[in-house]
Each structure stands twice: as C-alpha cells, then as structure tokens.
Design a binder for this molecule. Structure first.
Ligand SMILES: *[C@@H]1O[C@H](CO)[C@@H](O)[C@H](O)[C@H]1NC(C)=O
Ligand SMILES: *[C@@H]1O[C@H](CO)[C@@H](O)[C@H](O)[C@H]1NC(C)=O
Length: 157
C-alpha cells in the first residue's frame, strides 16, 4: 500500500514537472519578446514587453542588462548595421517579472533596401558563477521577426 502510494506520488510529481517543462520551452529561456506591432514605420512609437517568468523561475536566468536592437539577417547588403533601440538595467524586483518600455523606430534611409528582412533582437546579460566562484556575465538572446514599412521613410540616401 505504502509502496503503491509512493509510486503514485512519484508519477504525479513526474507529470507535474513535465507540465512545467512544457510551460517553459527552451525558446523562452532568455525571455518571451512581444511587441505592440510587428509592422513598424519610421517615426512610429511601439511598446516592447519581455516576459521573464520562464527565464527566471524555470531556467534561473536573472537578467542584469537587457539590450535591444534591430538587425537585418537577410538582404543585409553586407553593411547594414544593427540599430540601437534600448539598453536597460533590469529591475530584479519587478513583479510580475517583465521589462516593458516604449521606443520609436528611427528614420533610417537603409530601411528602403528591397528584400531586407528585420528582427528585433534582445540580448540578455546575466551573472553565473565562474570556475573559482567569482561572477561571470554571459549573454543569451532571442529575437522577433518584424516588418518595416518604408512608405513613410525618407527617400534620400
Ligand atoms: C509570462 O509567461 C508565463 C509562462 O508562459 C505565463 O504563464 C504568464 O502568464 C506570462 N505573464 C504575462 C504577464 O504575460
Ligand atoms: C522595481 O520593482 C519594484 C517592485 O515592483 C518597485 O517597487 C521598484 O520601484 C522598482 N524599481 C525601479 C528602479 O523601477
């Protein structure tokens, strides 16, 4: 009876941990990146929210800094640089554990390159223990593909 009850509890615990694992996918390790709009025009203000519940509570990754920029992974023409959006110090007391802020897409003539694709990239810098116990800051990242509507972009290069 005891053994069977114990086994049942063990199975229940295993199921509970599977459910938790399914609730926090590997892709959510460094934060779940959300934006108020996935199509942006130069001059447009948008809100970025990163949900860090899984990062902190499941993966134990507590951000020190959160850096945001827009990158051009496809159609880059070899020289289109990442565009800075924000550098934020994470409030480690934030409850719920989110980082949210408003940003404005800059006017940038290279947004007019045909075929270019864009993504908002988040770099999450966090402390881990080094081999001698002293802290090391490591960086992980996640990204969100976005569209940039260039109709209102300035035309001159
Ligand atoms: C953050 O993500 C977790 C896990 O996916 C979810 O349960 C929670 O509701 C989210 N919180 C917010 C504020 O969106
Ligand atoms: C950090 O979050 C806590 C809890 O929400 C809040 O009381 C505090 O004012 C925040 N600190 C900053 C610097 O925003």
């Amino acid at each position: 009876m005891h053994i069977s009850l114990h086994s049942s509890l063990t199975v229940l615990a295993a199921i509970a941990s599977l459910v938790s694992a399914q609730g926090c996918a590997e892709a959510q390790r460094f934060g779940i990146l959300q934006m108020s709009s996935l199509t942006l025009s130069p001059g447009q203000t948008f809100t970025v929210t990163v949900n860090l519940t899984c990062a902190i509570e499941w993966f134990g990754i507590v951000p020190t800094y959160l850096d945001y920029h827009i990158e051009v992974p496809v159609g880059n023409n070899g020289h289109e640089p990442p565009i800075y959006i924000a550098r934020r110090t994470y409030n480690q007391s934030a409850s719920p554990p989110v980082d949210t802020f408003a940003a404005t897409l800059p006017y940038w003539s290279w947004f007019t390159f045909p075929g270019a694709q864009y993504q908002l990239v988040l770099d999450n810098s966090y402390m881990v223990a080094g081999t001698n116990g002293s802290p090391v800051m490591v960086v992980g990242g996640t990204s969100q593909p976005i569209n940039i509507a260039t109709s209102s972009a300035s035309s001159g290069l």
